[in-house]
Structures are given as structure tokens and as C-alpha cells.
Design a protein around this ligand. Structure first.
Ligand code: G6P
Ligand code: MG
Length: 219
């Protein structure tokens, strides 16, 4: 039986991908090159410094570590400006209802995000109380596709990986869930998330009955 659901944040619970994109694009433009939405797909689920490395690779630029820290800080300062203005209505459709339904069904919930800004975002949109555990970029050292973030979430809840379902919009996140021995529901394109056990457009398509039906074979 499914005892816990673990959620990625960006692109699953809230649409912060657009703020990450704007902030990275502004940095790229300052450095003299363009950064497209297609390029941005490569940054989803990827840590801040790894994202910067990809961005600089796209621009064909190399910098020393000190300069890279400065650039990452500049991007994050901008990103923080956007997220501190977020409102409760920026929670993606269906997310709050599904979290509420899980609670009522006695299924535990955890956040599993690479973002160091995750606690700020949850506070801004009023979702902090909906999670039994919060694992984020401040409490992990290995980035997805490493399963660390989800394994720590399962551990915090006291649930075996086999009894967990992860919700993810990034390919690296789907890989992390499966590598951790968990089930995975992809949020987004079935082409990009082909490895997931089930793919839906968003949490508005999820409910406990569908969850149980899809994963009833687990023990
Ligand atoms: C999530 C997002 C990534 C982001 C990463 C780190 O995984 O999908 O796009 O780079 O978090 O976020 P942070 O807020 O710590 O820079
Ligand atoms: Mg994501």
C-alpha cells in the first residue's frame, strides 16, 4: 500500500520554473548571450551551481570559482525578489486539494526539492502546514538523479521506499525516484517523462482513488 507521497516543488506544486527562467535569462543577457525556454528545460531539477555550469556552457564562457559564486548569487538575488512576491493563488491547480485529500486518507506527505529557497516559497504560498517533512537543497548534498532527497524524505516519515510515490516534473527527478526504489508519477510531457510509472498534466488530475488504483500492486 501507498503510505507516503513525496513532492518535488518547482513545476509540481508551484510554477517557479518561470521565475528561475527569467532570472537565468537576465544573467545570460548581461553576459552577452541569449537563453531560450528550450535551454531552460536542461535546468529543471538541477542544483543552482550545476545550472550555472550549463548556462555558461551554452554561452561558451568559463570563469573561476569566485566569479561563478558571484554570478550564482546575482541570479539568486533576482529569483528571491520574484518569489518573495508570490501569492497563494500561484499554487498550481489541484495541488492543495490533493494534499488535503492525502491527509484525510492518512497518507503522509513530504517535500523533496533541490531548492534552497523551498521553505520561503512554501511560506509565501501558505503550504508549509501541508507537509509532514520538508527535505530541500539545504539538507541534501547529492543532486537528483541521486535519490538522496527522496530517501531522506521517506526516512523522515518512517516509510519504506517501496511504499512511496514521488511526483516529479523533471527527468532527473523521475530517475531519482526510481533509483530510490519508489514509484513515480510524472507531471508534464509523457515524452520527456517516459520512465515514470504514470504521467499526468498536473496534480488536478490526481486523487487518492487513482493513486490507489495505479499502485495497488505494491505491498
Ligand atoms: C529546483 C529547480 C531548479 C533549481 C534548483 C535549485 O530543482 O527545478 O531549476 O535550479 O531547484 O534552486 P535554488 O532555489 O536553490 O537556486
Ligand atoms: Mg521540478
Amino acid at each position: 500500500t501507498i503510505q507516503a507521497c513525496l513532492f518535488d516543488l518547482d513545476g509540481v506544486i508551484v510554477d517557479t520554473a518561470k521565475y528561475h527562467y527569467i532570472a537565468w535569462k537576465e544573467l545570460a543577457n548581461e553576459l552577452g548571450f541569449d537563453f531560450t525556454e528550450t535551454d531552460n528545460e536542461r535546468l529543471k531539477g538541477v542544483s543552482r551551481m550545476a545550472s550555472l555550469d550549463i548556462l555558461l556552457e551554452i554561452g561558451g564562457l568559463t570563469f573561476d570559482d569566485e566569479k561563478k559564486q558571484q554570478l550564482a548569487t546575482r541570479k539568486n538575488d533576482r529569483y528571491v525578489e520574484y518569489i518573495t512576491r508570490m501569492q497563494a493563488d500561484e499554487v498550481l491547480p489541484g495541488a492543495k486539494d490533493f494534499l488535503t485529500e492525502l491527509r484525510a486518507a492518512g497518507i503522509q506527505t513530504a517535500l523533496g526539492s533541490a531548492s534552497k529557497n523551498a521553505p520561503t516559497i512554501l511560506e509565501r504560498v501558505g503550504l508549509t502546514p501541508y507537509f509532514d517533512a520538508i527535505i530541500d537543497g539545504n539538507s541534501t548534498s547529492k543532486a537528483k538523479p541521486d535519490p538522496e532527497v527522496f530517501l531522506k524524505g521517506a526516512e523522515a516519515l518512517g516509510v519504506k521506499p517501496a511504499n512511496c510515490v514521488v511526483f516529479e516534473d523533471a527527468e532527473a527527478g523521475v530517475e531519482a525516484a526510481l533509483a530510490g526504489g519508489m514509484k513515480c508519477v510524472g507531471i508534464g510531457s509523457p515524452l520527456v517523462l517516459a520512465k515514470a510509472n504514470l504521467v499526468v498534466d498536473g496534480l488536478h488530475q490526481m486523487n487518492v482513488a487513482l493513486l490507489r488504483k495505479s499502485f495497488s500492486q505494491t505491498t
